[in-house]
Design a protein around this ligand. Structure first.
Ligand code: SF4
Ligand code: FES
Length: 275
C-alpha cells in the first residue's frame, strides 16, 4: 500500500432555514494507514473548509458525540478507520431518523427526552444508600451480569439511526432509551419498575419494537439493545400475569470502620451477556 492515498470525502452539507435542501460536497483527503474518519474531517477543517460542522469530543469512542452515517451505516467517526470502509469515496451524512442541526450534526433531543422519560437512574423506596454515607448495597457477580453489558452504552444514537421502527416516525421511544430502562430494571438495587412501566408499556414503548435487530448490529460498544428490549417485554408480560415479584429492598450493609479495606467485586468480562 502507498504511504498516502487520496480518498474523496463526500459530505452532506445542509443548514435548515438557509439551504433549500441538503447537497453533497466533495473534499479530497490524504489518507494514510490507521487514519480515522474523524482525522479526515479534522484535515478538511484545517486545510479545506473551516465551516464544516460535526460533533466530537473524546476521540476515543467514549463520549458518543461523533455518531454519523458512514457509507450509509451509523457509526463513530473516531472509531472507524477510513481504509476499513473506503478506498476511493467515503459518504458522510448526519445520523438518520433525527432532524439536522447543520451538516453532520444531528439533533438528538428526542432521544434524550425519551431517555429521561424512562427514569434512567436507581430508584429506591427507602433513603438508605441515597443519603451520602448512609449505607451500601452488595451485589453478587451474577446480579451484576444481569445489567452489566447494557451499562456500556455511550448514548451515541447509532442504534436509533439504524432502527427501521424509528424510521416510521411514529414516536417510538427507541432502542437506546429502552436499553437504559432495562439496565435499571435489571439492577438488584433498583425498585423503579412501577415508575418506568407506564412509558415502557405505553404505545411508544417496548411493544412497538419489530425486532429487526439492526440496533444490535451497529452498536459500536457491543451492547445488545435488541435483547434489552425483548427482556423488557418479558418483564412487562410477567408483571401483567402477576408473576413478577416486587423486588424486596436488599439489606443495607453498614459502612466499615474508617481505614478498613474491603475487597472489590471483580467485574466479569466485557463480552458476557446474561438476562
Ligand atoms: S446502545 Fe450502542 S448504538 Fe445505541 S446509543 Fe448505546 S452505544 Fe450507541
Ligand atoms: S469523539 Fe467521542 S466517541 Fe467519537
Amino acid at each position: 500500500m502507498k504511504d498516502r492515498e487520496t480518498v474523496t470525502f463526500r459530505v452532506q452539507r445542509y443548514e435548515p432555514g438557509r439551504d433549500a435542501k441538503p447537497v453533497w460536497a466533495d473534499f479530497p483527503v490524504a489518507v494514510q494507514a490507521g487514519m480515522t474518519v474523524l482525522d479526515g474531517l479534522l484535515q478538511i477543517r484545517q486545510q479545506l473548509d473551516a465551516t464544516l460542522a460535526w460533533r466530537f469530543s473524546c476521540r476515543m469512542g467514549l463520549c458518543g458525540s461523533c455518531g454519523m452515517m458512514i457509507n450509509g451505516k451509523p457509526g463513530l467517526a473516531c472509531n472507524t478507520q477510513v481504509h476499513d470502509v473506503a478506498r476511493k469515496t467515503l459518504r458522510l451524512a448526519p445520523l438518520a431518523n433525527f432532524p439536522v442541526v447543520r451538516d453532520l450534526v444531528a439533533d438528538l433531543r428526542t432521544m434524550f427526552a425519551a431517555h429521561a422519560e424512562l427514569k434512567p437512574f436507581l430508584v429506591r423506596d427507602d433513603k438508605a444508600g441515597i443519603e451520602p454515607g448512609a449505607a451500601e448495597f452488595l451485589q453478587s457477580p451474577e446480579e451484576l451480569l444481569k445489567f452489566l453489558q447494557f451499562s456500556y452504552c455511550i448514548k451515541c444514537g447509532a442504534c436509533m439511526a439504524a432502527c427501521p421502527t424509528m424510521a416510521l416516525g411514529a414516536g417510538f421511544l427507541g432502542p437506546m432509551p429502552l436499553t437504559a430502562a432495562h439496565r435499571y430494571n435489571a439492577d438488584s438495587r433498583d425498585q423503579g419498575f412501577a415508575l418506568r412501566k407506564p412509558a415502557l408499556a405505553g404505545p411508544r414503548g417496548a411493544h412497538h419494537c419489530h425486532y429487526a435487530g439492526e440496533c444490535t448490529r451497529v452498536c459500536p460498544k457491543g451492547v445488545d439493545p435488541a435483547r434489552a428490549v425483548q427482556l423488557a417485554r418479558r418483564d412487562l408480560l410477567l408483571d401483567l400475569l402477576r408473576l413478577k415479584r416486587r423486588r424486596p429492598a436488599p439489606a443495607p450493609v453498614a459502612e466499615p470502620p474508617a481505614g478498613e479495606h474491603k475487597a472489590p467485586i471483580e467485574a466479569p468480562p466485557f463480552t458476557a451477556r446474561a438476562d
